[in-house]
Design a protein around this ligand. Sequence first.
Ligand code: NDP
Ligand code: MG
Ligand code: MG
Length: 332
Amino acid sequence: MAELFYDADADLSTIQGRKVAVIGYGSQGHAHALSLRDSGVDVRVGLHEGSKSKAKAEEQGLRVVTPAEAAAEADVIMILVPDPIQAQVYEQSIAPHLKDGDALFFGHGFNIRFGFIKPPAGVDVCMVAPKGPGHLVRRQYEEGRGVPCIVAVEQDASGNAFALALAYAKAIGGTRAGVIKTTFTEETETDLFGEQAVLCGGTAALVKAGFETLVEAGYQPEIAYFECLHELKLIVDLMYEGGLEKMRWSISETAEWGDYVTGPRIITDTTKAEMKKVLAEIQDGSFARTWMDEYHGGLKKYNEYKQQDAEHLLETTGKELRKLMSWVNEEA
Ligand code: NDP
Ligand code: MG
Ligand code: MG
């Protein structure tokens, strides 16, 4: 079972005694920087020339400097810029200012796990990853609660890296909810697998295949959209609240029977064998290499896929139907 840590296990003074740089002010960056500050931590934000979020950070009372200045001033540097550009920002602006005893922090293990960033031996390397989007992390903190975090240490140069990571997690509210200890390897590989096989890739493909099956059989696209996409939210909400059990408690017996007998015909042993291949490609680094080549090669295929799905009947149908449901977008 996982090891859990709470407020009493973390000492805020450990992070209050450091100078923290948060590089990036997006979803995670703004939540970390503001909550660190409100927890009494000395924090500055590092942003590039022409950053869209600079004005907002300053309006919210934070001091904004360049990533290089932030890294030079600080002894704890949290990198919260998009994963594909982290290695470049690290090389240009952070590595030249790293000193023995500094700590490098991440919100996701991608660049460390796959070796795109190789920190020097004298530096602590830690991860604090909230299990929720930044706006939720910040709102929970402001309400006196917190979003659970997972925390990992890749390199413990100081001998105190885990305590430092726990203190950081406490400063953004994570230990109020609970912190789970993990490793960079476990976090990165499970995160990539989950989004590819289940959450994003698997779900999108399932929805499209179901929709196409109904439309190709002559049913109206609007009806197929409701059955295969729109209603998914109700089902997922029930799973989120109470697992498969609550979902099955809420649906009809007919739906539940269909769930048991048809589900395994859709997600078969062949599907699972393919999932294992997907996992192997994540573990051996080939997915990461292919993706970074695609990203730095100008995102040609990425944009083709994006365009294809934008033109899919599922999407054009949904766009019209959602106009009939004013509450759908108001909820977001
Ligand atoms: P966002 O895309 O929301 O924000 C990125 C930020 O980095 C923006 O403020 C952007 O500035 C800034 N930025 C871009 N280029 C540079 C640069 N060269 N130098 C300095 N700043 C730059 O990122 P996320 O918050 O989504 O992701 C950050 C990290 O957190 C990633 O490692 C991600 O995997 C991880 N994470 C994200 C979660 C999420 O819910 N989003 C959840 C858990 C982890 P601007 O836009 O102003 O130009
Ligand atoms: Mg991810
Ligand atoms: Mg039904």
